[in-house]
Design a protein around this ligand. Sequence first.
Ligand SMILES: Nc1ncnc2c1ncn2[C@@H]1O[C@H](COP(=O)(O)OP(=O)(O)O)[C@@H](O)[C@H]1O
Ligand SMILES: [Mg+2]
Length: 250
Amino acid sequence: MSGGNMMISEPVLELQNIHKAFGGVVAIEDFSLNLHAGEIVALVGDNGAGKSTLIKIVSGVHTPNSGTIMLDREQVSFADASVARSRGVEVVYQDLALADLQPVYMNMFLGRELVRPIGLLDRKKMLRETQQLVEELDVRIPSASAIIRDLSGGQRQGVAIARATHWAKKLILLDEPTAALGVAETAKVEKIVSALKERNIAVLIISHSLDQVFRISDRICVLRRGVQIGVRETAKTDKNEIVSMITGVN
Ligand SMILES: Nc1ncnc2c1ncn2[C@@H]1O[C@H](COP(=O)(O)OP(=O)(O)O)[C@@H](O)[C@H]1O
Ligand SMILES: [Mg+2]
């Protein structure tokens, strides 16, 4: 991690003056943030602060009322998450988006299925690659052909994270990826997220665990009721400061 490097590298993601309201409720107010390759930024704030909304704006689930999103210095407007995906942006949502009745390997390739020359699904190859991937990432599931419905919450989350990290080329957005996980599973996910730095991928992660935020992030961005209270370098702040930024109480 080098501050100098962060300054000179071009931002992967630039959010400029993002505004989003749902009817009369302002969820995000004038939000700006840059994310650089190989950087992990934690997004923190109380329930209802607008964290999930922000991630959904970047991934194309919600369209902002105003503001600009730039990916690799090019203005983008994702019609939906599949467009964002095609540009190297992967998301792990708080409310998991897996196909419950499909096996793990089909979920891993959802929307990007491998086909054989004759046009049939190449199940063997998808199965093999999935097996390899879950082993690499140490996701403990009965098998790559297990049906999602039959997996535990932690195992499903493991599959969602494996899928996102496998396909992410530039940017990965994680909404409370470890909220439902035990201690060992959480440690594993943190290791996987930290390893994304080496692949030069930018990470925006929402977490309620300040311990986790301080373990893995380079910077911390605090939201309160849709307003960006501040951004701090993790190494130059502490939990007390972040807590008072989150709550507004000194
Ligand atoms: N689809 C939606 N329709 C209406 N209001 C929404 C919607 N999504 C979020 N909100 C509102 O926007 C605010 C921010 O929500 P959210 O982004 O989910 O917060 P967080 O993830 O920080 O807990 C809340 O007041 C919430 O009720
Ligand atoms: Mg949320």
